[in-house]
Write a protein that binds this ligand. Sequence first.
Ligand SMILES: Nc1ncnc2c1ncn2[C@@H]1O[C@H](COP(=O)(O)OP(=O)(O)OP(=O)(O)O)[C@@H](O)[C@H]1O
Length: 406
Amino acid sequence: MSRSPSLPERPRLELDPDMTPDERLEALREHFTEIVEVNEQLTEQLDAARDRQTDLTDEVDQLERENETLKTSSLYIATAEELTDDGVVVKQHGNNQEVLTEVSPSIRDDLEAGDRVAINDSFGVKQILDPETDARAQAMQVDGSPDVSYDDIGGLEEQILEVREAVEEPLINADQFREIGIEPPSGVLLHGPPGTGKTMLAKAVANETDATFIKMAGSELVRKFIGEGARLVRDLFELATEREPAIIFIDEIDAIAAKRTESKTSGDAEVQRTMMQLLSEMDGFDERGEIRIIAATNRFDMLDRAILRPGRFDRLIEVPNPDIEGRERILEIHTEDMNLAGDVDLGAFATETDGLSGAELASLATEAGMFAIRDGRTTVEQADFHDALEKIEGDDDASSVPVAFA
Ligand SMILES: Nc1ncnc2c1ncn2[C@@H]1O[C@H](COP(=O)(O)OP(=O)(O)OP(=O)(O)O)[C@@H](O)[C@H]1O
């Protein structure tokens, strides 16, 4: 760094008492000239200092911006494979690229081979990910014994039968399938509008067969766990093997199995890898024993047909919005524990709720209860259901309909 020039000496006025007036005048003139010179030098130095200050402020601003970008830019996930004297070998998830990279001593001290780490664009290790941020734990919801039974599901009698045949039977009577010599369906795809009970169906089968329910949301795989999709799919099947009998439930499968688009962005390539991993896991599924796989989608039209081939999701079950009987049954289920007034006629009310999904009917029941509470009553009347319906229908944005849980 350049050092700042030293300040010019302050001129001194030396007047001798023996000086003549002319000599004094001359001395004063010289002093004045010196002061003017020093003043000019100081002004120059001040200008230079101001310029330097402006430069430095600009530099600071730029560094701050860079720092901000560094802080906010995405980091990639990798595994520290080996710690050597020359640095650390990391393997990036997703593309499996292996690089030897340097690590700051503070991180190096805590790093062990096998740790998951976050790396930046130049593969610098920025942080060690602790077990709580383990994507496997975050991406999968594991439920040892889901508490949904077939009786909790309204209006899907046919679908329940189909799911029992395709998922429950092969799990319970695996030997019978073997003896007869037929392959049970590999995977079951539930498709239909949102909130119609697809997740409930999958949970109910797991409950009925005492299987572990392992759920993974396709949308989260591509949004939240960039670069890890394929590995997580592998982990998903591994976990199911550890916990069998198990039901794997992949919600919103369209997020990883949409028809291929023309664009070839890295995001697409990543989604493609995740889907290929899923297909290869399913193709090697026969030897897996007591694991069944169910997927769900609201966007059947978007699916890549490759996942529907025999040996993959080869049993399609449509789960539509409920018909009038279905709506009445769903309303009954969701008002079972409610204190209903004598005037409540759920059958009549079901005729007025054409087009509503199971989730919307569930939230309608909760909303009717809220109207009674607001009115200071302890019983829910037919008028509360009408008020609730008006409220829900007035809500143009269907996505903001609150979803009640059974
Ligand atoms: N057929 C049904 N019978 C009873 N309750 C239902 C039914 N369908 C939906 N519900 C209610 O709606 C909630 C959400 O349903 P669920 O998550 O099973 O729907 P989904 O079809 O999986 O929805 P999405 O496609 O949005 O994931 C359930 O917890 C339940 O309260």
